[in-house]
Structure formats: structure tokens, C-alpha cells
Design a protein around this ligand. Sequence first.
Ligand code: ATP
Ligand code: MG
Length: 512
Amino acid sequence: MPSKILSAALVGLESKIVEVEVDISSGLPNFIIVGLPDIAVQEARVRVRSAIKNSGRPFPYTRVAVNLAPCDLKKEGPSYDLPIALGIFLAHESIESEIPLDSSIFVGELSLDGHLRRINGVLSIVMMAKQNGIKNIFLPAENAPEASIISDINIFPLKTFNQLVKFLNNEESIIPLKPNPTHFEIEEDQDETFSLVKGQEYAKRALEIVAAGGHNLFMVGPPGTGKTFLARSIISILPSLGTSEMLEVTRIYSVAGMTTAKKPLIQNRPFRNPHHSSSAAALIGGGRFPKPGEISLSHRGVLFLDELPEFPRAVLESLRQPLEDGVVTVARVSSSIQFPARFILITAANPCPCGFLSDPKQTCCCTPNQVLKYQKRISGPLLDRMDLQVEVPRLDFNKLTQENASQEEIAKIREKIKKARQIQRARFSKKEILENSEMGHKEISKFCAIDFEGKMILKKAVEQIPLSARAYYRVLKVARTIADLDQEERIKINHLAEAIQYRIKQMGGLGS
Ligand SMILES: Nc1ncnc2c1ncn2[C@@H]1O[C@H](COP(=O)(O)OP(=O)(O)OP(=O)(O)O)[C@@H](O)[C@H]1O
Ligand SMILES: [Mg+2]
């Protein structure tokens, strides 16, 4: 009689139930796995055989057939080791478990001695299990803290395969892990970098708007003026993640294998700073076993691309679609997978190879041709997606020696940003939108109404800067955020004028 138990597959961020069927029949010793298994699943044969033997359990020296259903779903990774081993055990030994197996899911990688190793994507698996009415989930002990983020499902942490067999035979007990209510309690560990930035009021104001509305920012200036420092300082003023945002972000990190037993929940907004030598796949995601890239690891946080012109142009161009849609689609031969990618993009660049093109104190030594070649590395379409474009000039001595901003000043900015975000949450409460930057055409026409005077200012901007249609809508969204920071219901002229000012091309038209 074949055995049948439940396990789970990961498809991008989603999880699906997989039935693991095992049949043992007479014949020459053979161990086959069917049901679209990848190499890691095929290799389970070696791990499972050794793990069962080294756990002191008999491995059948006959014909063992394992079927992973549904057969049209590709099975990847080592998480099927545990259900396959248990299926083999149940196919030739009967047990009288108190736990109903048809409402339990088993996942985990086995080592050759029968110990369990952590797997990726546990949060997605547990969420799916709960949605499908599954009552119990058996998984590696190292994954249990992450699984216990979800309540109302029994999490059984396992150290070894033998422990599971003994438990099902009622020889040993395993206490299910209780959901940990302290998971969502945020550790208050405020970053202070923002208060250390001297001068650069214009760039700091831009950062405030970016943090409030989730817009993109481009900074350009000579070396050593604080562009990188400013970008990193945004962490000090960004509000912490909401509970559902924490789950959204943690799911991505879980699938990428970046959660740990000590830190199972991602509580802080991500800040990712990939080097300019990163490949398009590292940035966008994908690969043979599709993994989220840097843009998805920055979801609900910040992606900082420093030294923007040093990134290969093809890599930068691959950002264009996710920047518009907030998701990235990774195409595969048989299907396509989507990862969320709703992030604040902050970029920084020098105006020319030597860096001093715009510096009043130091002469630029680049030829016009070198400057042009350098500036052309950033495409117009990418720069068009930068909502705020600011110059970060050299600081004079007075600014450099001024006092750091006080804690009260920073607390005030934080509070303003928090309030602006609350206004946005209330505004979009019936929609799947959190920030002004996510507004589509419908929301823009509903929430960004402007009066006649405002229209006249925008007309001038469209004709004289000139603004593209995309830039026009982005200006409206930034103006909405500036109005929210002022807690104003209507967008006023000063809000529009400030938003337009950030679109005036810097440094002799970099990227045009
Ligand atoms: N406005 C500032 N206030 C305080 N410190 C600053 C400021 N600007 C620069 N610094 C100091 O100088 C260091 C270098 O600055 P940063 O790396 O941000 O310059 P940059 O503009 O990114 O230069 P580059 O174009 O060479 O990358 C910072 O780590 C910081 O210590
Ligand atoms: Mg820098």
C-alpha cells in the first residue's frame, strides 16, 4: 500500500501543497523520484538513504518509487528530504499516530546522519498551510522561530528524523512552539546619522520628502561633499515598518535564505547598497533557482546605487520596468515568477570623471568628450524616473564647523514624516497602496487636484524645463507629499513650485 503525506513547494514567494507518494514493491533494488524533480531533489536519494540507515531504521532494498504530485509543478531544493524519508518509513511500517497526517505538512533537509537542516521560504509555507486549513507543520528546529511568527497553527520543531518517527509512534513527545508575541515589538535603536550631516539643507529637505512619500532621489556633486553620507542617513528618519510590511519583507528574505533563528522577522526598513560591479541578475533577481534580487531585498526600504555612472548601462536599464510597476517579473522556460520590488531608489554621481565640473573652487581637468561620455552612461529614461534631482555642493568652512542638529530637531522631522505617512495610509485605506509614489492615474486625478494658478505653473514647467508626461505626473505626486508634510488637504502653489524645482536639470544636463 503506497504511503501519502503532504509537503510544500515554493514558487517564487508563493507556496503550494505537494503530495509525496511512496510505493515499495518487489524487484531489483532501485530508488526513483518522479514528478519534475530538479537536481537537488534527485540528490535527496543519497541523503535520505543514509539518513534513514544512520537513524537506525531499515531502508528497503527493493524497488522504491517516489511521486511528487502535482506532476506539472517543478520541485526544487532539498526541502523534500524529510517527507520522502517519512514516506518510505510509512510505506513499510505502520504507525498509530495521534496526529492526523492528512492535516500535517512536513518539510526539511536531511543530513547524512539524520539531522535536519534549515530550509528557505518557511514563512511562505506556513502562511499557505494556514490558509489551506492545515493544523500541524513539522520542520527543522532552526526554522521554527520564523514559523512561529504565524499564529493558530502547531509548529513542531525537529532536530532529527528519528525524533519525528518516535513522536509519531508515541514514544516521545514534542511540544509545539507557541507563537511569539514579542516578534513584532520593535527594538528602538535609532540611527543618528542624519543629525551628523552638516549644511546641505537642500539635499536634507529632499531626503525628508523622499522618506515621507517613497519617491526616488538623484544626487550629483563633487567628491567628498556628503552624497554617500546623506543617502545612508535616510535610515534615521524613515519610520519603522508596519506589521503587515514586516511580513511582506520577511517573506522575501526568507525565500532568499537571509533570515536566521536569532532574527526571524525583518523589523527595520531594508537599506541595500549593491556595488557597481553587480550583475543584472543580482540586481533584478532570477537565476536557475529564482531568487529575489537587490531590488526585491530593498522592498519597502531603500536601494542605494552609489557611483551611478559606474554601473553597466544594461544593468541600469533593467531597473526601468520594476521602477514603474513595483514588481519584477522573472521569466523562466516553463513559467514566470513575480517578486515585489516597491523601493525608494537613491542614486549618487559625480558630474564628470574627475568630479569637479561644477566646483567653483577646483578646476575640472576632463575634456568635453570625456564629460559627455561619462554623463551618457546614465540614460535619459532612467533619470526621468528620478522624482527629485538635487545638487550636493562643496561645503564652506562655516557650514563644516557648525553644530550638529539637535535631537529635538531630528525628532521633529521624524514626527512630520510619520504624520505624512499616516495621512497617506488613511487616504489609501481602501486600496493596496501605502505611499504617494505608488499612485496610478486614477489616484492622481482623485487626490492631486490643482487650481488654475497651479495649472499655469505646471504649463510653464512642461514647456520650459521641459517635463515629459511621466515627469509631469511624478511632480504631482511629489507635490502631494510636500502638502502632506504640511498637513494640507489641497496642493498649493508653494508645494507645486518646490516639487518642480527638484526637476530642474543639474550639472549641465547630466543624463540628457
Ligand atoms: N555634509 C557633511 N557633513 C558632515 N560630514 C560630511 C559631510 N560631507 C562629507 N562628510 C564627511 O566626509 C566623508 C565622505 O563623504 P561622502 O563619502 O559622503 O562623500 P561623497 O559625496 O559621496 O564623495 P564621492 O563623490 O567621492 O563618493 C563622510 O564620511 C563624512 O565623514
Ligand atoms: Mg560617495
